[in-house]
Write a protein that binds this ligand. Sequence first.
Ligand SMILES: Cc1ncc(COP(=O)(O)OP(=O)(O)O)c(N)n1
Ligand SMILES: Cc1nc(C(=O)O)sc1CCOP(=O)(O)O
Ligand SMILES: [Mg+2]
Length: 535
Amino acid sequence: MANSTLSSSVNKPIVWTIAGSDSGGGAGIQADLLTIHDLGCHPCSAITCLTAQSSVAVNLVEAVSPQMFQSQLDTLLHDLPPVAIKIGLLANQSQVVMLASWLKKRLAEYCKQAGIEVSVILDPVMFATCGDNLNSTLDFSPFKSLLTLITPNITELAALVDIKAKPALAMSGAESTLVDQADCVLAAELLSEQLNCHVLAKGGDLGPTWLRDCAQDIFVCREEKGISTLHQGRTFLLSGPRINSDNTHGSGCTLSSAIASVMGQGYVLHDAIVIAKAYVTAGIAASFQPGSGAGTLARTSWPSDLTLYPSISVLDSGPSLPGSIKFKPIVERLGLYPVVADLTLLHSLLEAGAKTIQLRIKDGLTDDIEQQICSAIQLGRDYKAKLFINDHWQLALKHGAYGIHLGQEDLYTADLTKIASADIALGVSSHSYFELLIAHQIAPSYIALGHIFPTTTKVMPSKPQGLNKLRQYVELLGSHYPLVAIGGIDESKLEAVKHTRVHDIAVVRALTQAEDPAGAFRMLTQKWETYDATE
Ligand SMILES: Cc1ncc(COP(=O)(O)OP(=O)(O)O)c(N)n1
Ligand SMILES: Cc1nc(C(=O)O)sc1CCOP(=O)(O)O
Ligand SMILES: [Mg+2]
């Protein structure tokens, strides 16, 4: 017992914070250590400076010596290398230059040797919540191409961006302040180009009027591995609930260290951002005031309440989703859901008792496809089954299918309003928290969660989600939608999948590669229905 406790704590991902000490305990290193620990990682720190700080004033800032700064980084790298790093307050320009050079040489060398990538999140701390200037004159350009993400607030964004390089911004009089949403977006996109990294421009502070109803952040995303190309090279608006509270001291530190902690556990950037935003919202909602000035955030662990999460909209000129539509609800269980490519198999699985089934044709002649879709829809009706058509939404609409299954990419090209008003059920694929939140915004009839295990049925841009994430998705959305797990599920995985409490499962190869697909369907269904969801 003692051993297993020891090894589980040793195996926690190591996340560093490189930041200043806040003697008041609400921000800086102190907030970061609490956050990283609360979100399941082991925190290490490299302290840049000490601040004599309370909730009402910053009275003294004293940088550590260059030797001490360098030695903390080298000492840690030797024995406690990070999977992610959060950088906060840097005390002077020489620390910026030294750290940039360390990231470029030492960290890069380590990453190459270990064959890993380390996410680096910079929170460019310039002002304390009490308004005191901490360091508003730093030049962060040495960090170009060395950061994963930078997270300025709107004031910091205005100070950071080289506005003169963007005539459109300068013309709108935005030399020192950014007011309009369009100016903020342009500035964030410009900063992203300047530093060659993703940007999250935080609108949590009560600044320009467009930010006052909800806490809105602008997320400029460049190229990123592990996610659909649909969500790369785009600018998003993340709108979360605004909690009216003065106790927001340390919210920027908390957000950036939460992003590092979540990325350090293998979540993609987009997920880390929405999870961290939800974490900060929950922390502000439960905040407290230990001194006489602004109070500080509570640590409320991994956020699983859907109302904490932001809605996502697109701010660039690309396609966007329609608002307020709702699809036919499905109240009964989908059960074991076969996804098949031919009518003979479809027919035999209906005969074996499938109550939900999908026709997924990936190639073939157009005339032929329409004929197969027509026949499948008729078979679905004959067997009183829920027959979904994958991809071919126009033909499904034309011939009155029970349902349509669409991938995230299809959501921007299909006529969703027409599908909803034809009372056709809609299933939507998802591969991350970010995609789940997008699916939730159009309130489909069910959401598919994939791919849970490695699959050879199709090439996926994302990594297998695994059982832990599946469990988290079910906790987040399981009371709102039927959730269907897909990808690599076979007899050997059935019981573990059931323990996540996901409602239903969809399978391809577990049936298509079986000698007797109808027999395999009956056997898997019987097992799926008899396994207990509780562990
Ligand atoms: C139940 C179920 N879940 C996910 C998918 C995948 O759909 P999509 O993202 O549209 O990808 P393709 O199937 O078109 O490759 C699915 N078909 N069914
Ligand atoms: C069609 C499909 N969609 C997925 C997704 O994650 O969206 S995974 C997948 C393939 C599932 O096949 P198998 O059961 O053979 O692994
Ligand atoms: Mg599809």
